[in-house]
Design a protein. Structure first.
Length: 447
């Protein structure tokens, strides 16, 4: 086992062993399952991934937001091993177990809202969103759902419909689920109203009142669903009042507010949940990714009266709230709290923003730097004046960084954003080295 403080070392750039397995992958794995990098992982600890050829890489994408606590923390591994020795599965709907109930209690205690809350556990972020919509529709006895441009909520039929990026998520997969409506998000850097915040008065909010006249009456709408920071959309952080007013609109028309924390939750933004930065208490919250340090688990939590609307047997799934995953969830939350990862996320975010703002001052192709806590992104453009997206430049930067031992990931509806989901346990030396590689990759790509 390598040490988790290791700085990346590219010792075998040809990656011969990885190449053999990737050729096998091409033969047996469906083409639609893409891989970002030509490597095969051997082990991972902290903020470092090691491949089977002996190369070590700094991980700045964190399993797409799954590894907030770092790769394979010892305490969480031990909790998982203890549960594995007891039993792997019974199906909670038939023969329940303690870890599911304890985790539901824990989620009730850490999610926003001073009211009685209940939770269901399922397997993925998409499943959580599907179930939140089911619950909202059953409770409100309405069928319409409002989602937002630049959103990502999953790849199932319903969640793909809610998602706002055609390729690669929606193209060729229609027809889509009915009674899902889109409204503009507060993407201030690329305002579709050609306005400037804060002088604009938030035209995107004004549009919603118009929507109720031109598209669907408010009496048809069961819920709005929104990410407090839009993830795949490019880490779009709305003005604070945007979410506050959205909640007031929901309350005005009897619409439920679904808060999608699948990517932004569990300390990533400096709070356990990103919505806490905005002072908004949602009716329902979806969560997944970093909830269990890499094991498949997701949840919907919310007001008891709403969660209890569907009768017994109306919700569930064979693997939902698997006992091993629930134990991992309990251990993960304990790890976050004991190691004060919310504060570490704030510190990491401050360091990132300072460095990336300096890069923005040096390189004209960086159009915007934005983020909340350690959920930070940079948007690349061909020209700051035109804001034309520089998707190919981002591809070059990601590739150059990989060749120097840094794993990055793009995002954004135009594919021109690099997002940072760095494990919150990263060391100062690792962070400094990773940011140094990033700058070198930018310089090489711009030239």
């Amino acid at each position: 086992m390598f040490h988790e403080d290791q700085i990346p070392l590219i010792s075998s750039p040809n990656r011969i062993k990885s190449k053999v397995l990737l050729e096998k992958k091409e033969k047996f794995v469906a083409r639609g399952i893409s891989t970002a990098y030509p490597l095969i992982v051997d082990e991972a600890h902290g903020a470092v991934i090691k491949d089977i050829d002996g190369n070590a890489y700094l991980d700045f994408y964190g399993g797409i937001g799954v590894i907030n606590v770092g790769h394979s923390p010892e305490s969480i591994r031990n909790a998982i091993k203890d549960q594995v020795d007891k039993f792997l599965h019974t199906c909670f709907m038939v023969a329940p177990y303690k870890s599911y109930i304890d985790l539901a209690e824990k989620i009730a205690n850490i999610t926003p809202g001073n009211f009685q809350k209940k939770t269901i556990f399922i397997n993925s972020g998409a499943e959580a969103v599907e179930n939140a919509v089911k619950i909202a529709r059953f409770y409100r006895k309405r069928s319409g759902i409002i989602a937002f441009e630049s959103a990502f909520h999953g790849r199932t039929l319903l969640t793909m419909t809610l998602t706002s990026k055609v390729k690669p998520y929606k193209f060729g997969f229609g027809p889509f689920a009915p009674e899902v409506y889109k409204v503009p998000s507060a993407y201030c850097y690329r305002c579709i109203f050609n306005s400037t915040y804060p002088e604009c008065g938030l035209h995107c909010l004004e549009y919603i009142e118009r929507f109720f006249i031109t598209e669907a009456d408010s009496d048809q709408i069961a819920a709005m669903i929104i990410e407090p920071v839009q993830g795949e959309g490019g880490f779009i952080v709305p003005p604070k009042e945007f979410l506050v007013v959205l909640k007031s609109i929901c309350e005005k028309y009897g619409i439920l507010y679904i808060n999608d924390e699948v990517q932004s939750g569990f300390a990533r933004t400096g709070k356990m949940f990103a919505i806490e930065h905005f002072g908004v208490v949602p009716d329902l919250t979806t969560m997944a990714k970093s909830i269990a340090a890499g094991l498949p688990l997701s949840a919907v939590a919310g007001k008891s009266e709403i969660m209890d609307a569907p009768p017994e047997g109306y919700l569930g799934g064979t693997f939902g709230g698997n006992p091993v995953s629930c134990v991992a969830g309990l251990s993960t939350i304990d790890y976050i709290e004991k190691n004060n990862l919310c504060a570490k996320a704030e510190e990491l975010g401050e360091k990132l923003m300072k460095k990336l703002k300096n890069l923005q001052n040096k390189y004209e192709n960086i159009g915007d730097v934005r983020g909340l806590g350690a959920m930070v992104a940079i948007e690349f453009v061909k020209s700051r004046k035109t804001k034309e997206p520089a998707k190919e430049l981002v591809k070059h930067i990601v590739n150059e960084a990989f060749n120097m031992g840094l794993l990055l990931m793009s995002a954004g509806i135009y594919g021109n954003v690099i997002r940072f989901l760095i494990p919150l346990v990263i060391t100062d030396d690792q962070l400094e080295e990773g940011l140094s590689i990033l700058e070198r990759a930018i310089v090489k790509s711009i030239k």
